[in-house]
Design a protein around this ligand. Structure first.
Ligand SMILES: [Zn+2]
Length: 110
């Protein structure tokens, strides 16, 4: 198999992330072009994985819509009981908050 640049592709095994890393599929067959430094996926394999992952519904119950609360001068984002249990969130526990865009906040629980 050859890359669009004409170089030979090396078969590799790699990890694929879905849903911003909530689901990781390990050891996926892919091809690597040493020239372009790009990983290429077999489109059939990619379609198959995407279809399988889209059937997983354990990701959906962890989605929730909440209203933002105000606590003193700060804003508090309520975390549902299910998410809190899954994430082992405790009152007084530490978080690291990163703003990724004006519409997306990433919270890492320590
Ligand atoms: Zn290439």
């Amino acid at each position: 198999m050859k890359c669009v640049c004409g170089s030979g592709l090396k078969e590799i095994r790699t990890d694929l992330d879905f849903f911003d890393g909530s689901v990781v599929v390990r050891n996926v067959k892919a091809f690597y072009c040493p020239e372009c430094k790009e990983e290429l996926f077999d489109s059939k394999e990619g379609d198959r994985l995407t279809e399988q992952v889209s059937k997983l519904d354990f990701v959906r119950p962890f989605e929730s819509r909440k209203k933002i609360a105000k606590v003193g001068n700060s804003y508090a984002i309520p975390v549902s009981k299910e998410i809190a249990e899954y994430m082992q969130v405790k009152k007084g526990g530490e978080i690291r908050v990163k703003v990724q865009s004006p519409k997306r906040l990433i919270v890492d629980f320590a």
